[in-house]
Design a protein around this ligand. Structure first.
Ligand code: ZN
Length: 111
C-alpha cells in the first residue's frame, strides 16, 4: 500500500494576527479530497522555545473533517504550542470529540 505523506505547509500568517502573539507561522490543513484549506494552526511557541523555558515539547496529531465535501484531511502533526483557527472568516470549526487511533484531535470545519 502506498503511503500518503501529509504535506505540512509553513506559511506566513495573514493579516489577521491575534494581538500579543509572536509570529511563528502557521500550519495549514487541507482536505485530502477537495483540496480546500480547512484549518490554520497558528504556532504561538515552537518546541525550541518551550524547551528553553524548561517546558516539555508539544506535538499533536490532528485531522479535520471537511464540511464542504464530507471528506477529511490527512492526519497531520503540529509541533509546538498552537491556536486552532481557520484560513478565513467564512470558515467555522469545532472539535468533534471523536477518538481515532493515531490522532489526538479531530475537528470539523465548514463554510
Ligand atoms: Zn473536502
Amino acid at each position: 500500500m502506498e503511503e500518503k505523506k501529509a504535506k505540512i505547509e509553513i506559511s506566513r500568517p495573514k493579516e489577521r494576527q491575534p494581538m500579543g502573539l509572536q509570529d511563528h507561522g502557521t500550519v495549514d490543513i487541507a482536505c485530502a479530497d477537495c483540496g480546500e484549506i480547512l484549518m490554520e494552526f497558528l504556532i504561538v511557541q515552537t518546541n525550541e522555545e518551550l524547551s528553553k523555558r524548561g517546558l516539555d515539547p508539544m506535538s499533536c496529531k490532528v485531522m479535520v473533517r471537511c464540511g464542504l465535501c464530507n471528506g477529511k484531511s490527512y492526519i497531520q502533526e503540529v509541533h509546538g504550542q498552537f491556536y486552532p483557527g481557520t484560513p478565513s472568516d467564512e470558515m467555522s470549526f469545532e472539535p468533534t470529540g471523536e477518538k481515532i487511533d493515531g490522532c489526538d484531535f479531530v475537528f470539523k470545519a465548514w463554510k
